[in-house]
Design a protein around this ligand. Structure first.
Ligand SMILES: Nc1ncnc2c1ncn2[C@@H]1O[C@H](COP(=O)(O)OP(=O)(O)O)[C@@H](O)[C@H]1O
Ligand SMILES: [Mg+2]
Length: 393
């Protein structure tokens, strides 16, 4: 089993690179699924699929060649399927506040529902062994990064809050009914949350196992795009996901000699060198700007050729661990690779058996092993790219 996420800013080439990787993986005999999470789907268009066929199979895997399937997630359908009772409760709740029904239904779509659907699929496909390879064409970075925090956040919520909430509602219902007009969630709501959680069990282990899952960051030689790639890289590391390649797409080829592009070429060269240094030792795969759009299997195959050459696209190109826990001089030391951050961006908090790491808008709960959790004194420092947290026994 192999899972690869392709993430990056809008327009950098995620869909093209995912599809190209799919073509090459399928050619080698792997049952390959390319799944798109971007609401602005373009996967089917790249493969030039008939719209009728697409409408008939909305949201489902469609076979596009030997060993190759594509699937475009349909958020509306997924919400009905996976979030039924939860969504129903939330929209009832919202409509009691005076909102009209349609708007209430719309607003009751929680951020993260889409991502949870994706995680449910991954979990199911891994367990049913329907595919050998799953390639994920992510939504533009800002949004797609949310999914990585969902398994830990949900686990935390279920363990620390959910059971209590359920008990409170159960006992308070008769009283609350008399006091408030707001409907309390029913047992079916709680059952639905619990069922959802059950189906997500184990998905985090899949995501953080570098033998199964890696991330490839697709980027372009432009300042702002590279900045965002750095941020994405850091967040994936924070959630323990392994990035094994940087795909530098849309490079002006050497053969372009037109004076008009001189400045572009010079700058691109500089950004590529910078990115190589930033991300080293993770390998960078350069890809030229093609003569035209990338459409159809033939041009996807030549894109795959440009990216991977003779290499197996499923190879793990880099296998450094983003996390390590070791005992050094009698002290436990947790090391997390977080390049591109400054001390002022990080906030650490230890609450009983959890270390809460906050970096910008992202928060991660790291559950500590018992020996480590017992420590009362915690200190941290930034060691180049490593955030190093010391636990005194
Ligand atoms: N190396 C390339 N050369 C030429 N066109 C490219 C290249 N990579 C991507 N494109 C084109 O750029 C556009 C955006 O690419 P796409 O893969 O849809 O990006 P994303 O999924 O990241 O938004 C598409 O029209 C695609 O054909
Ligand atoms: Mg896309």
């Amino acid at each position: 089993m192999r899972i690869i996420f392709f993430a990056g800013k809008g327009g950098v080439g995620k869909t093209s690179v995912s599809a190209a990787t799919g073509i090459k993986a399928a050619q080698a005999g792997n049952r390959t699924l390319v799944m798109s999470l971007d609401v602005a789907h373009s996967l089917a268009d790249i493969f030039d699929l008939d719209r009728g066929l697409l409408d008939k199979n909305r949201g489902k895997p469609i076979k596009v060649g030997t060993n190759l399937w594509i699937q475009e997630l349909d958020i509306q359908e997924e919400i009905e399927k996976n979030w039924g009772d939860i969504h129903k409760y939330l929209s009832t709740l919202l409509s009691t506040t005076g909102l009209n029904e349609i708007l209430a239904e719309e607003l009751a779509i929680l951020p993260g529902m889409e991502e949870v659907s994706l995680l449910l699929y991954i979990n199911r496909y891994v367990r049913t062994k329907k595919f050998d390879v799953i390639l994920l064409d992510c939504a533009p970075t800002g949004e797609s990064l949310r999914f990585i925090s969902i398994p830990t956040t949900l686990e935390w919520y279920i363990k620390k809050i959910f059971k209590m909430e359920r008990a409170i509602v159960r006992y308070a219902r008769p009283l609350a009914k008399r006091l408030y007009d707001v409907p309390l969630p029913g047992e079916d709501y709680f059952d639905a949350v619990e069922y959802l959680f059950q189906r997500l069990q184990g998905v985090e282990d899949i995501l953080v196992d570098p033998k199964i899952t890696t991330v490839r960051l697709v980027t372009n030689p432009e300042k702002i795009v590279i900045k965002e790639t750095q941020r994405a890289f850091m967040y994936f590391s924070l959630y323990k996901m392994n990035t094994d390649a940087i795909i530098m797409n849309r490079i002006l080829p050497e053969s372009v000699r037109d004076a008009y592009f001189e400045d572009w070429k010079g700058r691109q060269g500089e950004y590529i060198r910078q990115a190589e240094t930033y991300f080293s030792p993770i390998p960078l795969f350069p890809v030229n700007l093609f003569r035209g759009e990338i459409l159809g299997k033939e041009s996807l195959a030549s894109l795959a050729e440009q990216i991977y050459g003779d290499r197996d696209p499923l190879e793990r190109f880099f296998d450094g661990e983003p996390y390590s826990l070791a005992k050094v001089d009698g002290k436990y030391q947790l090391k997390i690779k977080l390049p591109f951050i400054e001390k002022k961006d990080v906030d650490l908090n230890k609450v009983s058996d959890e270390l809460i790491i906050r970096v910008g808008g992202f928060k991660r709960h790291v559950l500590l092993p018992r020996q480590v959790a017992a420590s009362t004194s915690v200190s941290a420092r930034l060691d180049g790219a490593d955030l190093s947290v010391q636990f005194e026994p």
